[in-house]
Every structure is written in structure tokens, then in C-alpha cells.
Ligand binder design. Structure first.
Ligand SMILES: Nc1ncnc2c1ncn2[C@@H]1O[C@H](COP(=O)(O)OP(=O)(O)OP(=O)(O)O)[C@@H](O)[C@H]1O
Ligand SMILES: [Mg+2]
Length: 261
């Protein structure tokens, strides 16, 4: 099997007028965690939507396991790629459990009966995201962060080899944020999964990811090891002159703070 789970080959894409992603080429190896960064509107969510086939590539090729993303059926693709979208709107009358069951749809037969394996995967997803206690509650009764965790549970239940998280820590309290990112590391380490997560928090990217991909106005500005990204000139090129990098005594990792605050 190929070592590449995902490959963008000179991809350009957009919505109605013009491209939002321009000539993007990169590949993602098996078993890796990639942080996707860039300013608002730089194309992070668009890149993730392209990976799910929801948004079509206009030029170039996007391959999942060496096969064009649009050559998969929706069901097949969902077995490879799961997305937790940004600001997802939920079917709120559903219980958390029934919502997470939806993650198993790519595997269910015509009668949609859950097997013991399905049930065990669903339970595991509910437990790992800390929403098991809410399983019988309607989604509408959950807080924003709890709903975000339920969305991650549904994506985990989908059991895809590539998990895409669009700003997963938005709405999460510090404990839930840490638990979510621990889960990302765990999925890589123990389940051999790959994860791409979009974030505005460079400290989280540094702590969690192996590599960083930075977009600016839909173009690739940087792709490399996280340690190489912590370079003031590069940060200025991606974000403008807004960050300071500080290196606290007794810490091996740099910390990012906003200038002038
Ligand atoms: N459904 C859409 N229809 C038309 N244009 C869109 C649509 N979604 C996004 N865009 C445009 O595409 C560009 C990139 O948007 P995208 O959502 O990918 O940015 P982003 O990097 O995820 O930003 P943010 O950090 O704010 O989430 C923006 O200029 C945006 O206005
Ligand atoms: Mg976005």
C-alpha cells in the first residue's frame, strides 16, 4: 500500500467566482499529524472540504490512497476520511447517541441495524470524547463545547484512517481541549491514524502536530516540521508582524504571544 494517504497535485479550487485555493501541492504520509494554519479566509476550511469531496477540485488532482477523491462513492470515501466541520449546525432534536450512530452509516447494511462491533465503536467514541453521560440527551440541550465533542465522537465512530478537524478547540474548555489533542496523539500512536487539524493557536500546533502547513491567500506558504515554523520571518510572512516568540527559562519549547499585549 502507498505510504501517502493524501496527495494534492497542483490543485486549484473555489466556489462561484475565482479560485480560493491556488496551485496547491503537498502530500500527507500515513500516521502523521498536520496542523493547518493561516489567517481568516486563507483557505483552511476549503482545503478540508476538498478532501471530503463535498467541494470539487477545479484544476489538478486530489488523491486519496492514489485514487482521485471523486472516483470514490460517498460511502467508500467516508470510510477513508471523516471531517468535523467548523461551526457545524446540528440536527438538534437527535439524541447524542443517535447522532453518533450516524458516524456508522458508511458501514451499515440496507436495514441499518447496528452490530455488536458498531455498538462497541460508538460507545468507545462517546467515552473517549467525554460525552457518554449525555448520550440520551438531545443535542440541543448540550453546551457549545459538549456539542463540539459530540461532533468529534461522530467522526471517531466513522473509523476513518484520516480525521479532519476544523478548529476543534473552539468552544472547548482547557480540560476538553487538552483531552481532544491527547486523543489526536493517541489516534496516531495507537491506531495508526492521520489527522489534519486547522487552528489559530500556534502553541497547540507546536504541542500536537508533527508538521505545519501554512496557507496565505490560498497558496502554500510553508510546509515542514513544526520546529522549523517557529521562525519570526516566516511567521511575519504568514500572519504579518503580530507575534512575538519567547523562550521561557527552563522550557525547551518556545511560546507565542501577541505583540503589544
Ligand atoms: N460557501 C462559500 N461560498 C463562497 N465563498 C466561500 C465559501 N466558503 C468560503 N468562501 C470564501 O473562501 C475563502 C476561504 O475561506 P475558508 O473558509 O476556506 O477560510 P479559512 O482559512 O477556513 O478561514 P477561518 O480561519 O475564518 O475559518 C474566503 O475568502 C471565503 O469568503
Ligand atoms: Mg475555517
Amino acid at each position: 500500500m502507498t505510504t501517502k494517504i493524501l496527495e494534492f497535485d497542483d490543485v486549484s479550487a473555489g466556489y462561484n467566482k475565482g479560485y480560493v485555493i491556488h496551485n496547491l501541492s503537498f502530500s500527507l504520509e500515513n500516521n502523521s499529524v498536520l496542523a493547518l494554519v493561516g489567517l481568516n479566509g486563507s483557505g483552511k476550511s476549503t482545503l478540508l472540504k476538498l478532501c471530503t469531496g463535498v467541494l470539487k477540485v477545479s484544476r489538478g488532482a486530489l488523491l486519496i490512497r492514489d485514487r482521485p477523491v471523486n472516483n470514490y462513492t460517498a460511502r467508500e470515501r467516508a470510510q477513508h476520511v471523516a471531517l468535523v466541520p467548523q461551526g457545524f449546525s446540528f440536527p438538534t432534536s437527535l439524541s447524542v447517541y443517535d447522532f453518533v450512530v450516524m458516524g456508522r452509516y458508511p458501514y451499515l447494511g440496507p436495514f441499518r441495524a447496528l452490530s455488536a462491533v458498531d455498538r462497541s465503536i460508538i460507545k468507545d467514541a462517546l467515552l473517549r470524547t467525554g460525552v457518554f453521560e449525555f448520550k440520551d440527551s438531545p443535542l440541543s440541550s448540550l453546551s457549545g463545547g459538549e456539542r463540539q465533542r459530540a461532533a468529534i465522537a461522530a467522526a471517531l465512530a466513522q473509523d476513518a484512517e484520516l480525521l479532519l478537524l476544523d478548529e476543534p478547540a473552539t468552544y472547548l474548555d482547557p480540560a476538553a481541549r487538552a483531552a481532544t489533542y491527547r486523543l489526536v496523539r493517541e489516534l496516531k500512536k495507537t491506531a495508526g491514524r492521520s489527522v489534519i487539524f486547522a487552528t489559530h493557536d500556534l502553541n497547540d500546533a507546536l504541542a500536537v502536530a508533527d508538521k505545519v502547513l501554512a496557507l496565505k491567500e490560498g497558496r502554500l506558504k510553508f510546509l515542514g516540521d513544526v520546529s522549523e515554523f517557529y521562525n519570526k520571518d516566516l511567521l511575519d510572512a504568514v500572519y504579518g508582524d503580530v507575534f512575538e516568540i519567547i523562550r521561557p527559562a527552563q522550557s525547551s519549547a518556545p511560546v507565542f504571544t501577541l505583540k503589544g499585549l
